[in-house]
Write a protein that binds this ligand. Structure first.
Ligand code: B16
Ligand code: MG
Length: 241
């Protein structure tokens, strides 16, 4: 009997880990801040807009805009400047900001792909992982074209396809559905805390990329520079969704 109980416990534990074993089949990448550092271009364009309205907008303020849609970003900025405007004026301002932003991203080249991304995508392909993009940006396709990564993504879900912003899980759930992969078999890579919340809400593994305080992420990496896919899976080992 004394021997029987530990054996039973081991059997139960093995069964538990068998049932919950990781079976990663797809990776879904955020764009801005994960694949390319476009946050600096968003910041310059938003700051120019704020200045044109008579107030300043700091880099710290800019952190609040990561992963947030264009119109919601504008609302945050107008709130900082204590401005109340009607919808048509807001649309004009959002268009103006986007025109300035486009001036930056149309100049982008593959040199602006963040370190480690290309080799990581290569590795995923050799391991037959499915790859999707899940971005709030309406400029995602243009950005990927400019840095010559468009053909690396089988599925692209961006701000032109979604109706709800992160932390709503819609963008990632649409990505998984289009790939035909169950959410529990997907990993999301995100630089925004709202994106991490969205991935968790979608029932996916969530990896925080960068230096933010990702309290809800399953794991955090500073960048893709010194990690490969096996390293990512090792970080996730033992975590559950
Ligand atoms: P756009 P992501 C997001 O992209 C950015 O992080 C966020 O700052 C931006 O406001 C949003 O896209 C909308 O971008 O004005 O180009 O449609 O991080 O979800 O890839
Ligand atoms: Mg981002």
């Amino acid at each position: 009997m004394q021997l029987f109980i530990p054996i039973l416990c081991t059997l139960y534990m093995n069964l538990f880990f068998y049932l919950y074993r990781m079976n990663i089949q797809a990776c879904i990448f955020d764009l801005d801040g994960v694949i390319v550092d476009t946050a600096k271009y968003h910041y310059r364009a938003w700051r120019k807009l704020a200045n044109s309205l008579g107030f300043d907008f700091t880099e710290t303020d800019n952190e609040q805009l990561k992963g947030v849609s264009r119109m919601e970003s504008l609302d945050i900025i107008l709130n900082i400047g204590k401005k109340t405007l009607d919808e048509s004026k807001k649309q004009t301002l959002a268009n103006q900001k986007n025109d300035w932003y486009l001036e930056y991203i149309t100049m982008m080249t593959p040199n602006e792909i963040l370190p480690g991304i290309v080799s990581f995508l290569d590795e995923l392909k050799t391991q037959n992982m499915r790859i999707a993009l899940g971005s709030a940006s309406k400029n995602a396709v243009l950005t990927l074209e400019k840095v010559k990564l468009l053909d690396r993504f089988e599925i692209i879900i961006d701000g032109t396809k979604t109706t709800r912003s992160k932390p709503d899980p819609q963008v990632f759930l649409m990505g998984a559905a289009d790939l035909g992969i169950a959410p529990k078999n997907c990993i999301v890579f995100e630089d925004a805390t709202k994106g991490i919340e969205a991935a968790r809400e979608a029932g996916m593994y969530a990896i925080g990329v960068g230096a933010s305080n990702f309290t809800q992420a399953h794991a955090v990496i500073p960048s893709f520079e010194k990690i490969n896919f096996d390293g990512i899976k090792a970080l996730l080992k033992g975590t559950m969704i």
